[in-house]
Design a protein around this ligand. Sequence first.
Ligand SMILES: Nc1ncnc2c1ncn2[C@@H]1O[C@H](COP(=O)(O)OP(=O)(O)OP(=O)(O)O)[C@@H](O)[C@H]1O
Length: 536
Amino acid sequence: MNLFLHYVGLPYLLSGIGFTIAVTLLGLAGGLIVGLVLASMQLSKVGPLAAIARGYTVIFRGTPLILQLVFAYDALPHIGLKLSAMGAAGLALAANEGPFIAEILRSGVLGVERGQVLAAQALGMTPTVLLRRVIAPQAIRTMVPALGNESVSALKNSSLASVIAVDELTLRSTQLASSTFDFFSIFFASGLMYLVLTGLIAAIQLFAETALDLDRSPSGRFARLLPWRRAALAVEPSAASATQSVGAPLDAAPAPVARKAHAERASRYELLQKQKAAVQVKGLSKRYGKQTVLDGFDLTVRFGEVIALLGPSGSGKSTLLRCINHLEQWDAGEIRIGGKRIGFRVDGQPMTQGDLANERASAGVGMVFQHFNLFSHLTACENIAGPLRWVHGMPPADAERRARELLERVGLSHRADALPRHLSGGQQQRVAIARALAPNPRVLLLDEPTSALDPELVGEVLDVIQRLVDEGGLTMIISTHQLRFADQVADRVVFMSGGAVVEQGPTHEVLTQPRHPLTARFLSVMGADDRLEVAS
Ligand SMILES: Nc1ncnc2c1ncn2[C@@H]1O[C@H](COP(=O)(O)OP(=O)(O)OP(=O)(O)O)[C@@H](O)[C@H]1O
């Protein structure tokens, strides 16, 4: 025991720890750089880059570290690269750690829901903003345990540097043991030192996990250093609501909106047809592999018009809406928003992703998704205020005021600081609607906004949409299976089948007296007769 305590405090061994830490840090820092490069190459859509990264991964993950160390120390001098033992150890460890860290980074990035990426793009985020504000914060949180694990593994692997004479803890223990023959006490002491070091890594990991835990209060100095954390809110809710007149909360008093008389709606329909075109889709064709999803699709939507897009599952409704917002490339045809061809430069060439994002932000098209696609690391308020700041450059206090104003409009001011996972589906969709409305879009695309909801939650979302329709002024294209709702809110029904418009016309007329057999069959399957008041 005395000998063990003697070795634990022996400066010769203790200073070996310094070399162990130095090799580990070199390996991890270098590995992080190599990993970032490899992960970016694999995530890029450039085939040769991904193939090179995969080749590197196969080689460096598939050969023992000890061989890589010997190679770095003994073989590189033959090509004129002479490194110190420490340099060679750091290089070999970095080269070896790189592929493992790349896989951790890749799994973190790929783990972020695709829907959130789509929502961020629809909000006009550039790839850089998307990476910094949506992907990185969520990926980093999920990567911490795996990175902690990798750090422990790198620390233990650093002991192999002893084979190229790096004066680290294992080499010193071996040297000491071969001169004293007191193997047990020395290796027990050095084992304890490794345990303390790995324990330290575990403590750092625990601290990072706690600091990034979204369910904890965002207060504290460390939290403030993280730009992606839920920010402590700058303006008190009462102050915000006191300074703004926001109209009646939507679900505080869900007054039923009276259905307009059919005659009145018919004259509104006529009037709308004289308005300028808000959205023009001409000859749009879109294929996924061999499947043609949109087949020469034509549609003109007038300013202020509300369109209900109906059609059987798989008829291409969601694809059409994604194309209108240029979230999807198409094969032929043209889409214009407010007369402007979005996504193409003046010379007709497609824009870069960054330019396209900026154009999306300025085109005034908002989008609401079937699965809400809220950013899961941000509160309801931040989901709305964040994009206003990052995309539209709105000052934080104004963005937050606007977010709270919109949350009040959708009846959710009391849930402003809740994370999406603490909200019901209906509440999440109402936040998503508020988020889409925040930059004051002229056109709002709603992709089956209620189909992912439990039946008892559908009403609250439809109420919000109906209120928006009643307020007027917004051009809306709503893909929906809710026939009664479509009948109440839409000026025109567009019935799609096989990627083309089969029938369109004034809503009540199409829903109650369909002319095309496909429309009639669809309406019959959907139980339209039971749900709608038959035209007199
Ligand atoms: N990313 C994709 N890759 C391959 N096929 C796709 C993709 N997205 C959609 N599709 C296919 O395109 C067709 C149309 O899909 P879309 O989601 O647009 O239809 P939809 O009318 O909105 O259906 P639903 O009412 O069920 O949502 C479907 O057959 C679907 O499988």
